[in-house]
Design a protein around this ligand. Structure first.
Ligand SMILES: Nc1nc2c(c(=O)[nH]1)N[C@H]1C(S)=C(S)[C@@H](COP(=O)(O)OP(=O)(O)OC[C@H]3O[C@@H](n4cnc5c(N)ncnc54)[C@H](O)[C@@H]3O)O[C@H]1N2
Ligand code: MOO
Length: 390
């Protein structure tokens, strides 16, 4: 076990409850101080989809490297087609058949497509005139040597991988995906189906992480402490058993394996979330109640995954400005996450109150609206920002 870092003494909430919950901003500060941005690594381009580019990519040479055919047809000197038309076919004695991408033969400055030519015995005739440069991709048309192609920090898209290959890169310097261990602490009570591993794995993938392992660990202090301390992960998400019940061992296990930074965040749902470290590995504790787990991931843990992946720390959701169709009530001192539906007139309506459990209401919602801890809520008719779930 590693030596705990200096931090607040661990307050065990079991059988006592939360004396206070920290503002969400304290959780963000902790994450920003403790979650390291990854070091760059050189990887084969094929392994780099979705990763962040460590350095800007600059074109090594012109692309295309020389004038080339843009269409299939016959390379010609445009001047040779002058006056051609369907009633005035012009024989093309020097035409060369080319495919799109072939270099342009010497003396040619255009490609006449098959549609504008016809065979006349052994000869080819133009039935339309072409201008110089027609049907041709000029040298450097995509990009010229020295041009910036992709900026540092770019999250590589599938098309970018093709572009990197086009400009001669077999490997590229990227920020590797953090290996995220997902621990389901205790699992659902009363034999309910396990709901969190698939959801959390998808969220981790969205935020640039790779799932190192996803496993159910018994609600047992030693077993969980061992799973926190096992090497191989850059970041650990543990979901379940964060509350004040007698078997809520997630926080005590983290205190045993390493140290707790915060336990109890002033947000709803998700208020029993916590965080800490074992050695250098940040550990995020999410509640087991599925909606609370989703909220605590979105508002807290996701920030750690994105930072560890080198992505912007802010919420990644697309936002929509909308107007409240009904009052959104909120508890002062607590950040409330309201699941809302967006109607065709740009109005949002709550689907369930923030404390209502389960993922069914999240599935019915288009997104969520956050009402800050300093607010008692907003009446109807007020502009708000909705973060889209999809
Ligand atoms: N005296 C107090 N009691 C509670 C408080 C409080 O402040 N004072 N907070 C409540 C809140 S809010 C929550 S949330 C829970 C904290 O819950 P835990 O993180 O300890 O979650 P569990 O006890 O493990 O389970 C709660 C709930 O979620 C279901 N669950 C758990 N894991 C899974 C899973 N992997 N898949 C599906 N469902 C799961 C479990 O069956 C329970 O229904 O504490 C409250 N109490
Ligand atoms: O405060 Mo519990 O951890 O949501 O929903």
């Amino acid at each position: 076990m590693t030596t705990p870092l200096p931090g607040p003494p661990f307050y065990d909430v079991r059988g006592r409850g939360f004396p206070r919950r920290a503002p969400l901003a304290d959780g963000w500060d902790w994450i920003d101080r403790r979650v390291a941005v990854p070091a760059a690594r050189v990887l084969p381009v094929a392994d780099c989809g979705g990763l962040r580019l460590a350095d800007a990519v600059v074109a090594q040479g012109d692309w295309p490297p020389a004038d080339r055919a843009a269409v299939n047809g016959y390379a010609v000197a445009a001047a040779d087609t002058l006056g051609a038309g369907s009633y005035n076919p012009v024989p093309l004695t020097a035409a060369v058949a080319v495919s799109a991408g072939d270099p342009l033969p010497a003396g040619c400055d255009a490609v006449i497509p098959y549609e504008a030519a016809q065979a006349a015995g052994p000869f080819i005739e133009a039935i339309d005139a072409v201008a110089p440069g027609s049907g041709v991709e000029r040298q450097g048309a995509w990009t010229a040597a020295g041009n910036a192609l992709l900026p540092a920090g770019r999250r590589l898209r599938p098309g970018d991988l093709g572009l990197l290959a086009a400009v001669g890169h077999d490997t590229v310097s990227v920020l590797p995906a953090p290996r995220v261990r997902i621990l389901i602490a205790g699992g659902p009570r009363a034999g309910a189906p396990e709901q969190l591993a698939a959801m959390l794995a998808a969220l981790v993938g969205r935020d640039g992480g790779g799932v190192e392992a996803a496993e159910v660990v018994p609600a047992d202090l030693d077993a969980l402490a061992e799973a926190f301390a096992r090497p191989g992960a850059d970041l650990i998400l543990s979901a379940g058993r964060t509350g004040p019940g007698p078997d809520d061992v997630a926080a005590p296990a983290l205190a045993r394996a390493g140290s707790i930074g915060l336990h109890g965040i002033a947000m709803r749902p998700g208020g029993s979330a916590g965080l800490g470290v074992v050695g250098a590995v940040p550990i995020l504790l999410l509640p087991g109640e599925p909606m609370a787990a989703l909220a605590a991931y979105e508002l807290l843990a996701g920030r750690a995954v994105r930072r560890a992946a080198g992505l912007p720390a802010d919420l990644p959701h697309a936002t929509v400005r909308a107007v409240t169709a009904r009052k959104l009530v909120s508890e002062i001192g607590c950040l409330d996450l309201h699941r809302v539906r967006l109607d065709g007139d740009g109005r949002v309506e709550p689907v369930a109150s923030p404390g209502w459990p389960g993922l069914a209401a999240a599935a019915r919602a288009d997104g969520f609206v956050l009402i800050g801890a300093d607010s008692e809520g907003v009446p109807d008719g007020v502009p708000v920002t909705m973060y889209r779930f999809d």
